[in-house]
Design a protein around this ligand. Structure first.
Ligand code: ADP
Length: 177
């Protein structure tokens, strides 16, 4: 089991599933959501229509269509409203919900973008250690899960995640994966 941080475009990643930072309509939007829908083709939004949206903090699965990934796990992150509206707990629930779907499907590999840290405004310095803790916990728990990749769109975001990972590994109770 391994955790990898890379800079890149998640629509190009070959994995059992990629995660979409969707909005609650699941009908497409800006950022990574728009990129995933463009790359997957119109069949993706057609399947999403059948799902009737997704509440914040939950996750729903579709096929990947023209993407190299077999599935897309759509999750709806919290909009950052200053940090006093349960945003951190909600973001943690997104990761747990995604891994619940990963577990149900018995997937071996999954790739994440940095959920909520774009248009939704969640500070990446707070989101990155939270994301990495949830990912490490899932890697420790799910025996079928071999590889989790976090795909960062910018060099600055990649460096922030790399620093967060070093911080977790240095912290008491932090474990290498
Ligand atoms: P949210 O609405 O959850 O904040 P965004 O799509 O606006 O979602 O941003 C989430 C992160 O995804 C941001 O860091 C953004 O730079 C990044 N991103 C945008 N396009 C891609 C892509 N093709 N691959 C990977 N990450 C992407």
């Amino acid at each position: 089991m391994s955790l990898e941080l890379i800079r890149g475009d998640i629509t190009r990643v070959d994995a059992d599933a990629i995660v979409n930072a969707a909005n609650s309509s699941l009908l497409g939007g800006g950022g990574v959501d728009g990129a995933i829908h463009r790359a997957a083709g119109p069949e993706l939004v057609a399947e999403c229509r059948l799902l009737h949206g997704c509440p914040t903090g939950q996750a729903k699965v579709t096929r990947g269509y023209r993407l190299p990934a077999r599935h897309v796990i759509h999750t709806v992150g919290p909009v950052w409203r200053g940090g006093t509206h349960g945003e951190e707990a909600t973001l943690a629930r997104c990761y747990k919900s995604v891994f619940a779907r990963v577990s149900e499907l018995g997937l071996r590999s999954v790739a994440f973008p940095s959920i909520s840290t774009g248009i939704y405004g969640f500070p990446i310095e707070k989101a990155s250690p939270l994301a990495l803790r949830e990912i490490q916990a899932a890697l420790a728990r799910l025996s079928h899960l071999e590889k989790v990749t976090v795909v960062l769109f910018s060099e600055a975001d990649l460096e922030t995640y790399q620093r967060a990972l070093e911080g977790l590994q240095g912290a008491p109770g932090g474990e290498n994966v």
